[in-house]
Design a protein around this ligand. Structure first.
Ligand SMILES: NC(=O)c1ccc[n+]([C@@H]2O[C@H](COP(=O)([O-])OP(=O)(O)OC[C@H]3O[C@@H](n4cnc5c(N)ncnc54)[C@H](O)[C@@H]3O)[C@@H](O)[C@H]2O)c1
Length: 343
């Protein structure tokens, strides 16, 4: 067993989709919905359920159980963690110099990505990034974290950078568009044009150009892929106290962007989903969470868990969206907000 796979389980033998011959790769277009009839014979169920089996790691769940029943020499093994692995996949993450972008990138490395390419505005990566890069190197699964400088608003540059990654790695499977900015609260009737345009330019155009750059490579290699767009609860509900019309509008656009792209790219097995976090402690929200603000006040009062989130609390959901564990999920908006939007 390769070093790369050992992190999942000492006994698990995960088979990456690259290792599969082309014909046996999953083809989601043939997934069938199975209706369970308690009176159906087990063998018939087995036959029906077989049609679900599209995972490179073989039959799962009920199908695996029935297979094991039919063949007692089969030793059942844990497969759920394998479903979340992104073994040998290549990822692109915008805004990856810190905050939720970098948190996501580390999670993907732990989930066994071959390499995660992070980009952000500074010419050189931050100390936190360098420490994270070293941490990933020491994980021992051969995963890599790389950095390059780019502005998410530069469409041509992103296309070129993503193409270079494609040329080098011969694949690009995962994209996380996390670069974003927020401005202090300003009355919507006085909101300056330049500030409004700046927020839309990064949070909407930049997210689109990032998704587009990665999507072009996913289409080029024909393996499908998963694109995750960072939106926000502010794209669905207004910030308490107002003044965030640019941010909310920019994030609302991302919600529809994910749905539109998902519908257009589904036939190429490229999934596109958005993620809407609530308030999470990162450099972006430092001021909001460290000072007395109407936004924080309202948040603590109205979110059922009664706290702000930790950056590491996006690790699970991003890994789920990036991996085959979410293979039937596209065009969705996943809300991770302490229940804030639930009431
Ligand atoms: N932290 C939260 O509470 C929260 C909540 C909801 C949504 N979000 C969203 O999550 C994403 C990540 O936010 P975060 O909290 O980690 O913020 P952050 O400020 O820590 O990270 C954002 C990163 O984006 C980079 N960036 C900004 N403009 C860029 C550009 N033009 N090109 C490339 N990179 C650029 C920044 O340099 C920064 O490193 C953002 O889209 C944000 O809107 C955050």
């Amino acid at each position: 067993m390769s070093k790369r796979l050992r992190f999942i389980s000492a006994t698990a033998v995960a088979v990456s989709s690259t290792a599969m011959p082309k014909k046996s790769k999953p083809d989601w277009t043939f997934s069938l919905v199975v209706t369970y009839n308690p009176f159906t014979m087990a063998s018939e169920i087995r036959q029906e359920v077989k049609t679900q089996s599209a995972f490179p790691i073989g039959p799962l769940g009920i199908e695996a159980a029935l297979e094991a029943k039919a063949n007692p020499s089969i030793q059942p093994r844990l497969k759920i963690f394998d479903q979340f692995a992104v073994t040998d996949r290549v990822a692109l993450v915008s805004g990856g110099n810190g905050g939720l972008g970098l948190e996501t990138a580390i999670a993907l490395c732990e989930a066994d990505a071959r390499v995660v390419y992070c980009f952000d505005l500074p010419e050189k990566p931050s100390e936190v990034f360098v420490a994270s890069q070293d941490y990933v190197r020491r994980l021992g699964n051969n995963s890599r974290l790389e950095y390059f400088s780019a502005d998410a608003r530069d469409q041509q540059l992103l296309w070129k950078k993503a193409e270079e990654i494609g040329d080098k790695e011969q694949r690009l499977d995962i994209c996380v568009a996390a670069a974003g900015i927020a401005k202090p609260q300003i009355d919507c009737l006085k909101y300056p044009a330049e500030t409004f345009k700046e927020v839309i330019d990064v949070n909407t155009n930049g997210v689109f150009f990032t998704a587009q750059a990665a999507g072009r490579q996913m289409a080029r290699f024909g393996r499908g892929g998963s694109i995750i767009l960072f939106a926000s609860v502010a794209g669905s509900v207004s910030e308490p106290g107002g003044g965030m019309v640019s941010y909310g509008s920019s994030k609302s656009a991302v919600l529809q962007m994910a749905r539109s792209m998902a519908c257009e790219l589904g036939n190429q097995k490229i999934r596109v989903n958005s993620l809407s976090p609530g308030i999470i402690r990162t450099p972006m929200t430092r001021e909001i969470v460290n000072t007395v603000s109407p936004i924080l006040d309202a948040w603590l009062r109205s979110s059922p868990l009664g706290r702000v989130g930790r950056a590491d609390e996006v690790r699970g959901v991003v890994t789920w969206l990036a991996s085959d564990a979410s293979s039937f999920c596209t065009g969705s908006n996943i809300v991770v907000d302490s229940g804030y939007c639930a009431q």
